[in-house]
Design a protein around this ligand. Structure first.
Ligand code: FAD
Length: 385
């Protein structure tokens, strides 16, 4: 069997590695000549980590992950701790730890595991069609590829999604802007072994350790879409939005490098239950586009890859049947993740400030139990024990 994989991001490469591991021939096509991930880092939660372990990347992943042992929320004016707890009970109950990692390093690990020379960079798919017994993809370069199955891992702006769904989808603006980047660890801003989040006014400022003595930082601010702001104004913008916030937040704003700080208007797509059509499967953000509020978009793409490989490996009823089994296993899971993230997004970003204030109050009495039990439920919904 031969699989054509469109997209060389987290989803496409996880799928390519998974299928190769199951003895399926793969061809990966990536539109750009050099992948520049839209974001500085990503937290891989234990459900995603288990998938990468299954794909043979356990040791390299451990090298990339930051030592995130604790989690803390702080109020925004004085930086006083609202709650702080160990992640250990979570790790013990799900059997793996989370790893915050720099995106470029994650991308390199996936590329090296699959084989850099085997990825066809600079090949943008224009359209696809199925024929009796196979599927064909046309590229803007004029190249044509044929396979038994096609995996569309071409991201949130997928050109293949309308073929599968039979209609176009709209991206929904989630109501906030996220700035993110990497900065050298400074323990006067936050402890080096902790995921620290300052909350107030429906905004947040968060820091997570990644390998190499760096913090992954992000700032979220509820804002209108389409403002005239970019990297050139980032320090002034953040200084304005976070005026009156605690000293560590001011220090972080001074420390960041505007040239490597990303500004992203956060979107998702209303979940849909159809992930496959015939011999074509959506995987990763093409099939489920979520806000990053529970850090599960990339992890879900890794889960998709594992489930897809398992389904295709046991395909005695044919490719179409295997894809339907993939859809059956994934559609509810990914819908649940998108909707959970949306709910979390609204509470965090002050969609109704009364609800957001109640959450700030709740954090004062949080022992870790409620937060960790929500995370545990999400993590244990993944495909691997
Ligand atoms: P993409 O990463 O978008 O990759 C798609 C690839 O397909 C790209 O390389 C693109 O060039 C290529 N492509 C597109 N069109 C074509 C075409 N026509 N032909 C050929 N190739 C094409 N997830 C987590 O798990 N944890 C987190 O902490 C987390 N934090 C996030 C923070 C932010 C601010 C954002 C925006 C997202 C976050 N996510 C997180 C989500 C995660 O980044 C995505 O879910 C993940 O990158 C999706 O991977 P993908 O491979 O499906 O899509």
């Amino acid at each position: 069997m031969k699989a054509i994989i469109i997209g060389g991001g987290i989803g496409g490469l996880s799928a390519a590695i998974a299928l190769k591991r199951c003895g399926i021939e793969t061809e990966v096509y990536e539109a750009v000549k050099e992948i520049k991930p839209v974001g500085a880092a990503i937290s891989i939660w234990p459900n995603g980590v288990k998938c990468l372990n299954w794909l043979g990347m356990k040791e390299p992943l451990q090298q990339l992950g930051g030592p995130m042992e604790y989690m803390a929320y702080k109020e925004f004016v004085h930086g006083q701790t609202l709650t702080r707890f160990s992640l250990d009970p979570l790790i013990k109950s799900v059997g793996e730890r989370p790893y915050p990692v720099a995106r470029a390093e994650l991308q390199d690990m996936l590329i090296d595991t699959y084989g850099r020379a085997d990825i066809r960079f600079g090949q943008r798919v224009a359209r696809i069609e199925e024929f009796d017994g196979g599927v064909r993809a046309w590229f803007e370069s004029g190249h044509v590829a044929e396979g038994d199955v096609l995996i569309a891992a071409d991201g949130t702006h997928s050109v293949i999604r309308p073929y599968v769904l039979g209609h176009q989808t709209e991206r929904r603006y989630a109501g906030y802007v996220n700035w993110n980047g990497l900065v050298e660890i400074d323990e006067s801003i936050a402890p080096a072994n902790q995921w620290t989040t300052f909350v107030g006014e429906g905004k947040r400022v968060s820091l997570m350790p990644v390998a190499g003595n760096r913090f992954y930082f992000f700032f979220d601010v509820p804002l209108d879409k389409g403002l005239a702001e970019d990297r050139t104004t980032v320090k002034a913008d953040l200084t304005r939005y976070f005026a009156g916030w605690a000293q560590p937040v001011q220090k972080l704003i001074s420390a960041i490098n505007p040239d490597t700080t990303n500004r992203i208007e956060i979107h998702d797509i209303e979940p849909f239950m159809q992930l496959v059509r015939g011999r074509v499967a959506l995987l990763g953000d093409s099939g489920h586009s979520t806000t990053p509020d529970i850090g599960q978009g990339g992890c879900a793409a890794m889960e998709d890859a594992v489930v897809l490989a398992m389904a295709l490996q046991t395909n005695s009823l044919g490719v179409e049947d295997a894809l339907l089994r993939y859809q059956e296993k994934r559609a509810y899971r990914v819908k649940d993740l998108v909707l959970k993230a949306r709910k979390r997004c609204d509470v965090t970003h002050g969609k109704d400030m009364n609800v957001t204030h109640s959450w700030y109050e709740e954090l004062k009495s949080e022992t870790g139990e409620r937060v960790l039990s929500g995370m545990r439920e999400t993590i244990l919904g993944g495909p691997l024990e």
